[in-house]
Design a protein around this ligand. Structure first.
Ligand code: 5GP
Ligand code: ZN
Length: 111
């Protein structure tokens, strides 16, 4: 738990939030500023700043399992996943998260 980290507060229940899906070490909730009709954030409960600091292979697996479980629960089979790592890649919240977006067309290469 890192003080002043908004995703720590959400993931650990300090800010009451509705979870689309939850497993032992991961929560999934809606992005506050959705960039697609469905825009989920898949977030470890423990504070990890970026993908560069994620070394726990079991947690890596649990994060991807949560992507699959949450999309399956919502009946979504086609979706875009994004991990912004570092300011230069557009990361704004420095608590690791996987964006999951669905419900519109996605261009490639990503912008
Ligand atoms: P990043 O740019 O770090 O990859 O993405 C951060 C994401 O977190 C953005 O899509 C932003 O809308 C979302 N976000 C920021 N603050 C909050 C919040 O308090 N609650 C929720 N649900 N999403 C947030
Ligand atoms: Zn945090």
């Amino acid at each position: 738990m890192s003080e002043n980290c908004i995703f720590c507060k959400i993931a650990n229940g300090q800010i009451p939030s509705e979870f689309v899906y939850e497993s032992d070490n991961v929560v999934v909730f809606n992005d506050i500023n959705p960039q697609a009709p469905t825009h989920l954030l898949v977030v470890p409960k423990v504070h990890i700043e970026t993908l560069n600091e994620l070394n726990d292979k079991a947690l890596m697996a649990e994060l991807l399992a949560a992507v699959k479980a949450a999309t399956k629960k919502l009946g979504i089979s086609d979706y875009r996943t994004v991990i912004n790592t570092g300011k230069g890649a557009g990361q704004e919240v420095f608590h690791l998260h996987i964006h999951v977006m669905a419900g519109r067309e996605f261009s490639w290469p990503a912008g």
